[in-house]
Design a protein around this ligand. Structure first.
Ligand SMILES: Nc1ncnc2c1ncn2[C@@H]1O[C@H](COP(=O)(O)OP(=O)(O)OP(=O)(O)O)[C@@H](O)[C@H]1O
Ligand SMILES: [Mg+2]
Length: 389
């Protein structure tokens, strides 16, 4: 037992030093950017610093009096942490490093955190636990932002090379196409041809015209321009994509049903991005149907009259329930290596977000997948001031 003699000056300074050192430690813990929480064996909170209060939404006073460590984590989170702590999976029993879990805020919001924790032993007995943790929201946001940029870069690289290819093809095709048209016309005008020959030449002219249209659409599709939001006709964007795709081998045994409402106003959008969006969804549908089935595209005005609804359905195998929540994630693919990179739908998601729209994928009955997209209508200001996005 230590008896403090209040008359003894050396003891007084010892007491003072102890008090100061305690204040220093308390300040140290409270100034930590990381949350610090300690709890006893029953879960009663012993220490709750300012950062812990900020992340959890509880103040220190209520944490120390009414909160239990079990309330800080959702479900059985606190038990899971104890189980991990007692195991030797994280650098020996009694230790836990960089463990990712959610904190349940006072208002019910879940905050992702990274936790370093330890059991405090006294004479070999567990007496308390202590955890240091930091909020992962900013890190997760930056990671998502980086992934988005990476996807956009990959896609624009892909599109830039497609654009160059298209421009090259257009250049090479335009001259002979001009020649075909010119000489077919000359023959029709300068020779006294029989009815049948005239018919054949007309056919040549028509087909040449069709080739020119294809080249034009291809150029329009792959055009590398600044992204610009302006009022646009969504049916036209869909038709352009279908025009380019429907003669491809993959689409030869696919029936394409168009239910494009002529009653819908323009949406606020960027032509190139929307072309890419339709291209990716329609290609996925054709790939899922392995070239056989029905692709249906429907457009209409939403019941609130403020958005255009686009529905794209296929009669493929659908998407199984475990896969469905992941399809918009970057690099998620169920395709063999070399057949898919998993960037199509994540790009689609980014484009819909850019347009302040909404996208949803569901399974259709009796079979197939249904993609539903909603895009806001354009406003008179969009007409006057197209904005960059
Ligand atoms: N219409 C669909 N029917 C069935 N599954 C689909 C459909 N559309 C997408 N999926 C599933 O979603 C996954 C992700 O699609 P996404 O377009 O992002 O990538 P991908 O097609 O695999 O590759 P990439 O588009 O880069 O070539 C696909 O691998 C597929 O499993
Ligand atoms: Mg795809």
């Amino acid at each position: 037992m230590v008896i403090i003699d209040s008359q003894d000056p050396s003891l007084e300074s010892l007491e003072e030093r102890l008090r100061r050192s305690n204040t220093f430690l308390t300040n140290l813990l409270h100034s930590s950017v990381d949350g610090v929480i300690a709890a006893d064996k029953t879960g009663k909170i012993l220490l709750f610093n300012n950062a812990a209060a900020e992340i959890s939404g509880y103040d220190e006073e209520e944490a120390l009096t009414t909160l239990n460590i079990r309330d800080v984590y959702p479900g059985d989170g606190a038990y899971d942490i104890m189980a991990e702590l007692r195991s030797d999976r994280h650098g020996g029993p009694g230790k836990l490093k960089s463990y990712q879990i959610d904190v349940l805020q006072k208002d019910g919001t879940l905050i992702p955190i990274s936790l370093n924790a330890a059991i405090i032993y006294e004479d070999g007995q567990e007496t308390a636990t202590m955890g240091f943790f930091h909020d992962l929201r900013e890190a997760i946001r930056i990671k998502k932002e980086l992934e988005k940029t990476q996807i956009q870069l990959l896609q624009s690289e892909k599109m830039a090379s497609l654009g160059k290819l298209a421009a090259g093809v257009a250049h090479q095709l335009n001259n002979p196409l001009g020649g075909i048209t010119l000489f077919a016309r000359l023959m029709m005008e300068e020779y006294d041809l029989e009815e049948d020959a005239l018919k054949d030449l007309n056919r040549i002219l028509k087909d040449a015209e069709r080739c020119r249209d294809t080249v034009k659409e291809l150029l329009e599709f792959a055009r590398q321009t600044r992204h610009e939001m302006r009022p646009l006709d969504i049916n036209r964007a869909i038709s352009r994509t279908l025009f380019l795709l429907e003669n491809q081998t993959l689409f030869q045994n696919i029936v394409i049903e168009r239910h494009l409402s002529t009653e819908i106003p323009t949406v606020r959008g960027d032509t190139q991005q929307l072309n890419h969006m339709f291209m990716n969804i329609i290609l996925n549908a054709a790939q899922a149907m392995e070239g056989h089935g029905t692709l249906a595209i429907r457009t209409c005005l939403a019941s609130d009259g403020e958005r255009v609804v686009i529905e794209i359905t296929d009669t493929g195998p659908g998407i199984d329930e475990d896969t469905l929540p992941h399809i918009f994630e970057p690099f998620f693919t169920t395709k063999e290596e070399g057949e898919g990179t998993g960037i199509g739908l994540s790009l689609v998601y980014g484009i819909v977000e850019n347009h302040d729209g909404m996208i949803q994928a569901t399974n259709n009955t009796p079979c197939g997948t249904r993609f539903m997209i909603e895009l806001p209508l354009s406003t008179p200001e969009d007409e006057e001031n197209p904005s960059e996005k």
